[in-house]
Design a binder for this molecule. Structure first.
Ligand SMILES: [Ca+2]
Length: 301
């Protein structure tokens, strides 16, 4: 009898221990997700916890569309143990059909399984130590989450930004199949950056032309007025495969920005495929005649 009771107790212990496993379908999933994407404490993704994959954070609640895609890839691999490679395989999907790829949402700290959660138009921009030359920008910004420029879902560019002292540091990877110089320079390969103070009615714009007639130049516009941009340092290197990487150091004063401000209006655009494709990060119309559709950089001191 005593043995029987001990056995019952042991079974009860096993059952209690087993319960959380039943309600949490993929026991290592949340940790793998947070480790893979370096989810910061206190961020929206960190607070969401189970709601990254489920319709709510309540244990046992049903999977949301991102969770369903995770479940599919686990099933395809015949396992319950999630890996970062499996997560990578669903990064380009738009699980919740809100027109933002899963990876874009994760990089911008929005929820890939909730169509009501979208990347903020305010982009948290860290401050980093001064950078000596454009050749050192990529390494200095490598750990930052990029924002992606897309045309019909396809990745056209990937942008990382930081404030280095009183300088805007830019690392732009441009996936251009046909890097060209055209008769009208801005219809060939190019990267455009536009910025303004929040209350400003006009903006400053820099146009980087890696393949202009003169073999690479940068043009600065304050409104429509073209001016010289001697203080901007920049470099272009080819990417493996196709396209190029533009790194630049732009004094904030060149863009008429106050280095003490905590917020700047900002837009970025690429011209690719021999002028056939013009893509903006935040959705501004061509020409930047106004800044109403700019996103913004929130400077983290
Ligand atoms: Ca989405």
């Amino acid at each position: 009898m005593k043995l029987f009771l001990t056995g019952m107790k042991a079974m009860a212990v096993v059952m209690v221990l087993a319960l959380p496993m039943v309600s949490q379908a993929f026991p290592n999933g949340l940790k793998v997700f947070k480790d893979t994407y370096g989810v910061q404490k206190g961020s929206a993704l960190d607070k969401a916890n189970c709601a990254i994959c489920h319709t709510s954070a309540i244990k046992g609640d049903k999977l949301n569309p991102f969770g369903e895609d995770v479940a599919k890839v686990l099933k395809a691999n015949n396992t319950r143990v999630l890996t970062k490679e499996m997560l990578a395989s669903i990064e380009e999907l738009d699980s919740d059909s809100d027109k933002c790829a899963n990876i874009d949402e994760i990089n911008a700290d929005s929820l890939p399984g909730d169509a009501k959660s979208l990347p903020s138009r305010e982009w948290a921009t860290p401050s980093v130590a001064p950078i000596a030359e454009p050749g050192k920008v990529a390494a200095a910004l490598a750990a930052l989450k990029p924002r992606t420029l897309r045309a019909d879902g396809a990745k056209v560019g990937e942008l990382r930004v930081a404030i280095a002292g009183s300088v805007l540091a830019i690392d732009a990877k441009v996936y251009d199949h046909k890097v060209t110089a055209e008769a009208k320079e801005w219809t060939g390969a190019g990267v455009e950056l536009a910025a303004a103070m929040p209350e400003a009615k006009t903006c400053s714009r820099l146009v980087f032309l890696p393949k202009s007639a003169t073999g690479g130049e940068v043009q600065l516009y304050h409104n429509a007025d073209q001016q010289a941009a001697p203080k901007c340092q920049w470099a272009v290197t080819p990417l493996k495969g196709y396209g190029y990487e533009l790194t630049a150091l732009i004094p904030l004063e060149v863009l008429q920005l106050d280095a003490k401000a905590a917020k700047f209006l900002f837009e970025a655009a690429t011209t690719t495929d021999a002028g056939a494709q013009y893509t903006t990060l935040f959705g501004s119309a061509k020409g930047y005649t106004d800044s109403t559709k700019f996103g913004s950089l929130l400077v983290q001191k």
